[in-house]
Design a binder for this molecule. Structure first.
Ligand code: NAD
Ligand code: SER
Length: 315
């Protein structure tokens, strides 16, 4: 059977790269990218405007395009959701429930929905945080992701919905800039290193957070979606590990290639968000269930980021 795939939030940091990767596997005509932008403004032959707050429109797009699989990425990230708590909750939660209901009613076969390391909270053990560690999030974003995970598990247990999920760490990429996240500094720093030779970081120098290069995240997502259902023991969301570093450590790595690069620190409200999250993640369950293994360490990622951004920024 040919898969017909719908990606929401497809113009975002992950969506833009995931859509390309899915199209390489399934063909452009079988992967419909959607986002909130008007169609005329988007240079993509298989794009539609789809507001994920509009359940009727979602249902129409799914039936008109005979969609079988949904990658539901549209969401409000941590820093923005702290500014607009109710809007963040509504967007992150209602849209997920709309897709879960469509799967329950057999209108779609499979859903991918990303969670985050933000589901953990200040009381969670910070190092090598385990799959089922205490998770009492203190951010709106974290609350919405934790609740979403529990809804995914509920729909799987109760209605047999094939929904799969990964708790992404902070994602680092050069193609599309991130927006509204607490881990965005680890992308901004590369741009500013090349453009300005210096960077003022909104987190303090020793704030360690789990991170991952986008190539690893895309590969993980597709591997999880293609894994045998029988092997999956987690239907909330899988812990996934790749890197863990502090602003000071990423700056030192950049200095290996740009020796004059300077970093300064001016923590803002995002520091409290970062302080509530783990520093590193134990992903042994993902390793065991579907063979997850990251490929990029800090050195390899920094080389890839600077090399690609030099071309992109014409430096
Ligand atoms: P992003 O902010 O770059 O992209 C989100 C996209 O959703 C944007 O293109 C936006 O236009 C779209 N959108 C917003 N409201 C919409 C609406 N009402 N209807 C349709 N589209 C709408 O986010 P991202 O970094 O690509 O994240 C994608 C998913 O991955 C999110 O669920 C996020 O929580 C999760 N995630 C991301 C990271 C990360 O580091 N980037 C880490 C953990 C989890
Ligand atoms: N990168 C995301 C954020 O900072 C984590 O989910 O919001």
């Amino acid at each position: 059977m040919t898969h017909k795939i719908l990606v929401t939030g497809a113009l975002g940091q992950i969506g833009s790269e995931l859509t390309s990767a899915l199209r390489e596997i399934y063909g452009v005509e079988n992967v419909l990218s959607t986002d909130i932008q008007q169609k005329e403004k988007v240079d993509d032959p298989n794009y539609e405007k789809l507001d994920v707050m509009d359940a009727t429109q979602i249902s129409d797009v799914v039936s008109q395009n005979k969609i079988t699989i949904v990658y539901h990425l549209a969401a409000m990230l941590s820093a923005t959701a702290e500014k607009y708590p109710r809007k963040g909750w509504d967007l992150n939660m209602e849209s997920l429930l709309t897709f879960l209901d469509l799967a329950k009613d057999k209108k779609i076969n499979q859903i991918y929905w990303p969670s985050s390391i933000a589901i953990f909270g200040p009381e969670t053990p910070k190092q090598q945080t385990e799959q089922n560690a205490l998770a009492i999030p203190t951010t709106v974003y974290g609350i919405s992701k934790r609740a979403g995970e529990l809804w995914c598990n509920y729909y799987h247990e109760k209605f047999g919905v094939d929904v799969r999920s990964i708790r992404y760490p902070g994602l680092i990429s050069w193609k599309t800039r991130p927006g509204g996240g607490t881990t965005d500094y680890a992308v901004d720093i590369y741009y500013q290193a090349l453009e300005e030779g210096k960077y003022e970081c909104f987190l303090s120098e020793n704030s360690a957070l789990p991170m991952m290069y986008m190539d690893d995240a895309i590969r993980a997502t597709i591997e999880l979606m293609q894994a045998d259902a029988d092997k999956l023991t987690i239907r909330t969301s899988y812990n996934l590990n790749a890197l863990s570093f502090t602003p000071k450590e990423i700056a030192a790595e950049i200095q290996k290639q740009i020796p004059d690069f300077e970093i300064s620190y001016k923590p803002d409200f995002r520091q409290a968000i970062a302080d509530s999250w783990p520093a590193s993640i134990d992903d042994s369950v993902a390793q065991k269930d579907w063979g997850w293994k990251p490929e990029f360490d800090l050195e390899k990622m920094t080389e890839a980021m600077l090399e690609n951004l030099k071309v992109k920024l014409n430096k």
